[in-house]
Design a protein around this ligand. Structure first.
Ligand code: GLA
Length: 392
């Protein structure tokens, strides 16, 4: 994953916008990436997730376009793409524009007509590491366009629009977690979401003595796309065999009692989802009382289950997680696990703040020694969700 710690705000994006388009933006909006602390592969099973928004954001500047066409620029230094208004809600080129086209189409379905806009996108959410740079993009674009066209779109609807864009315009059959936390995150808080009814609770995550460390494995396995959909299908099949609407309604006893009918794979998939929902509850209780040891236990359990039962980890990520138990400063780590969809990407660890950089450096060194891979780490704090930074 790339890492740009560059600050992006109204002051940095506006001069570029003016340089590209010859006039000032009327609206600038931002929406963050996320790191999931626990609750993996539970969202599309109507379960619980507990992510937090990052302080890294996708920032989108817009203004009505004087040309009668859309003019969109995907990032600083990119070409300006001209898109006729009547084609802007259809899939097309370049690939990234589908995130914007999708939002335009989904707003259109809600009766919000997106007239021609000039748009500049800039982001410091690391890409390609499973920190939801695409959810940040969808929700930021939606927030900017809703403000520009005076549309009252709730945070929940922004999340649902973002998810629909993934399904319909990018062919990713994701759950709601990433877009939801990007839309609803709050500085200093993690967010516990019940994916069955989208009720959520903000939980303070601001103990100065504990830091959230994110380390990239720097691998991404190509089987990931198909494997995600396959896991969803296996869970749906398991729910059908268990005779429940979704795995949310199952418990461990039911899963054990139905082991033979489920068969080994579906049994393990169901056991992961049911166990992970329980771990989210345990983790939420633990962080609310700053019981970091208990939070760490839940994280370790989550990783083992994702590795062995859900089979979405990979050797490099497993190496990183086990190094958390063997580096010299291992006792400064409460717990670690893979985060995000899996098959590569990042791990997340809860670490004593006073040792966080030492731990990060030791992990980089040990990972390089074990795999030959150079990588990076990030110390993250919980940031705010989608917001209009300037304009209407
Ligand atoms: C990806 C998806 C989410 C969620 C996670 C796994 O990030 O976008 O909806 O399913 O994988 O927890």
């Amino acid at each position: 994953m790339d890492l740009e710690q560059r600050e992006i705000n109204v002051g940095t994006i506006s001069p570029y916008f003016e340089q590209y388009f010859g006039h000032k933006p009327t609206v600038v909006a931002a929406s963050p990436g996320r790191v999931n602390l626990i609750g993996e592969h539970t969202d599309y099973n109507n379960g619980f997730v507990l992510p937090m928004a990052l302080e890294n954001n996708c920032v989108v500047a817009v203004a009505p376009s004087p040309t009668g066409k859309h003019r969109w620029c995907g990032s600083l230094g990119d070409t300006i793409y001209e898109i006729p208004v009547e084609e802007a809600s259809e899939k097309g080129e370049p690939f990234w524009s589908n995130y914007v086209r999708g939002v335009v189409a989904l707003l259109g379905r809600r009766g919000i007509e997106v007239g021609p806009v000039d748009m500049l996108i800039d982001s410091n959410v690391p890409r390609g590491g499973g920190l939801s740079s695409s959810a940040a993009l969808e929700v930021a674009v939606c927030t900017a366009l809703a403000a520009q066209f005076d549309a009252d779109i709730s945070s929940k609807d922004k999340a649902l629009i973002g998810q629909a864009v993934e399904h319909e315009f990018v062919n990713v059959p994701c759950g709601i977690m990433d877009q939801f936390v990007s839309a609803h995150g709050k500085k200093g808080h993690a967010l516990m979401l019940d994916c069955a009814d989208l009720e959520y609770k903000l939980i303070p995550m601001d103990d100065p003595e504990v830091s959230v460390l994110v380390l990239d494995s720097a691998v991404k396995h190509s089987l990931a796309d198909g494997a995600y959909g396959q896991r969803r299908k296996q869970c749906e099949e398991a729910a059908r065999i268990l005779n429940v609407p979704s795995l949310r309604e199952a418990d461990l006893q039911m899963v054990e009692a139905t082991k033979a009918e489920l068969g080994d794979v579906r049994y393990r998939r169901a056991r992961h989802v049911v166990g992970e929902n329980n771990r989210v509850q345990a983790f939420a209780g633990a962080i609310a009382t700053r019981n970091w040891d208990a939070a760490g236990v839940a994280m370790r359990g989550s990783h083992a289950s994702l590795r062995d039962d859900y089979e979405v980890s990979c050797p490099e990520v497993d190496t990183l997680v086990s190094l958390c138990d063997s580096i010299p400063s291992a006792s400064s780590i409460y717990g670690a696990r893979m985060t995000g969809g899996g098959f590569g990407g990042c791990i997340v660890a809860l670490v004593k703040t006073k040792d966080v950089d030492k731990v990060g450096q030791e992990l980089l060194d040990a990972y390089r020694a074990a795999t030959g891979i150079e990588t990076i780490y990030l110390v993250t704090r919980a940031g705010d969700g989608a917001r209009v930074l300037s304009g209407k």
